[in-house]
Design a protein around this ligand. Structure first.
Ligand code: AMP
Length: 385
């Protein structure tokens, strides 16, 4: 029996375990919280990601290790890698933990990015705001996710407030100032690279965020062949440079024909959840195949899918399941404001049927405002043929 170790026991580890059981895999999940939701689907090892004893214990009991969380300390991952194969490699993990290093690499690879500046002092911030212009966004270089650790600067008066909010972290984690991109939409490429270098990507996904947190993902995104080609080539170039093994997501801002790279998520990604029912092989299964050196599965879509995130508390499953094409994922978490507690994927064979199903689901759950932008988008793409 092969055992996969996972650092981090959230919903991503949980869905990895659920995808791995049919492959005959066992799991061992390392997390500091006894109620980590992956623990309902796989054995849980209680411990910190940088605790040498916990890492040694994990290494002794697994054949290969991976992550469900990109903020696992890279040094902990390196320590683990001395004892057991770790994919993606800890250097790729370390790079994606630093927004400055990440954007610098993108630029080096010829991938367009929003303007950015390294900020260490208040004087750096003033100079960078003058150079980049407003609006702009001050972000922590490290440990930010879902819009956390970010401050938007709209006018001069906001500079003080931004520094008050994040300046203390300039020394600890570093800061980056980014030009604000007036994007038309956000896309992500979810892709996988195998141990032998085989690369595959799922169709582009169009994502909508509310307050910095993903709300909906629609796939395949309507995109012309050039856009698909460019986005996929960017993802491939990054994966090859990092000798990446496993699934990752590249988040892109799309404005007209221009694609600007925002960030790399070195793990299975929320914008790829639709692949569980909406693709021949899910991101979770292909991640496991990749880290185990197994042949990768087909990433072709099965019709059209929309994933809706549930934050705070789960909606009424009974009402939702009455709608055709709805697939329900309850992560088994305690409700808490803003917490990702589950998602639904609605699948259909064509855009029009998907729009009808989403409308029905929105009404059944009182979530009309969440589905409305996707329904409008589907209407536009259907009209455009
Ligand atoms: P991030 O944590 O960098 O993925 O940011 C979370 C969300 O904030 C993104 O998905 C965007 O919706 C928004 N955002 C981040 N950076 C920028 C930017 N430079 N310009 C415009 N919007 C941004």
């Amino acid at each position: 029996m092969t055992t996969v170790g996972i650092l981090g026991g959230g919903q991503l580890a949980r869905m990895l375990a659920l995808a791995g059981h049919p492959l005959g895999l066992d799991f061992l999940v390392l997390d500091g919280a006894a109620d980590a939701c992956a623990g309902q689907c796989a054995p849980l090892l209680l411990g910190d990601y940088d605790d040498p004893a916990a890492l040694a214990d994990l290494a002794a009991r697994v054949d290969v290790a991976t992550f469900d969380f990109e903020n696992v300390p890279a040094d902990g991952a390196r320590r683990l890698a001395a004892d057991v194969p770790v994919f993606p490699n800890p250097d790729a993990l370390a790079l994606s933990q630093d927004r400055l290093a990440e954007k610098t690499l993108f630029r080096e690879l010829g991938i367009p990015v929003p303007d950015f500046a390294d900020i260490v002092t208040r004087a750096d911030l003033d100079a960078a705001v003058a150079r980049l212009g407003m609006p702009c966004i001050l972000k922590t270089r490290r440990l930010g996710y879902d819009g956390k650790g970010q401050f938007r600067i709209r006018e001069t008066a906001d500079i003080d407030a931004a520094w008050d909010a994040l300046g203390a972290q300039a020394q600890a984690t570093g800061l980056i100032l980014e030009g604000f991109v007036a994007f038309e939409r956000e896309l992500s490429v979810v892709a996988v690279r195998g141990r032998d270098g085989t690369f595959r990507s799922w169709p582009l996904t169009e994502n909508r965020h509310v307050d910095g947190v993903l709300s909906t993902s629609l796939a395949p995104a309507a995109a012309d062949a050039d856009t698909v080609h460019t986005a996929t080539a960017h993802a491939r170039a990054i994966a090859e440079r990092l000798d990446y093994v496993g699934v990752f997501a590249l988040e892109l801002f799309c404005r007209g024909d221009t694609l600007l790279a925002n960030e790399l998520a070195p793990r299975v990604h929320n914008s790829g959840h639709w692949t569980i029912e909406g693709a021949e092989t899910s991101q979770f299964e292909n991640h496991l195949r990749a880290v185990l050196g197994l042949p990768l599965g087909d990433t072709a879509p099965r019709g059209v899918s929309c994933m809706l995130n549930w934050l705070g508390a789960m909606p009424d499953a009974t009402a939702a399941l009455a709608v055709p094409g709805v697939h329900w994922h309850d992560y088994g978490k305690q409700p808490r404001e803003g917490r990702k507690v589950g998602h639904a994927t609605v699948r259909a064979d064509d855009a029009q049927t998907l729009a009808q199903r989403l409308t029905e689901l929105g009404e059944a759950l009182g979530r009309q405002s969440q589905v409305a932008p996707v329904v409008a988008r589907l209407g536009a793409s259907t009209t455009a043929g």
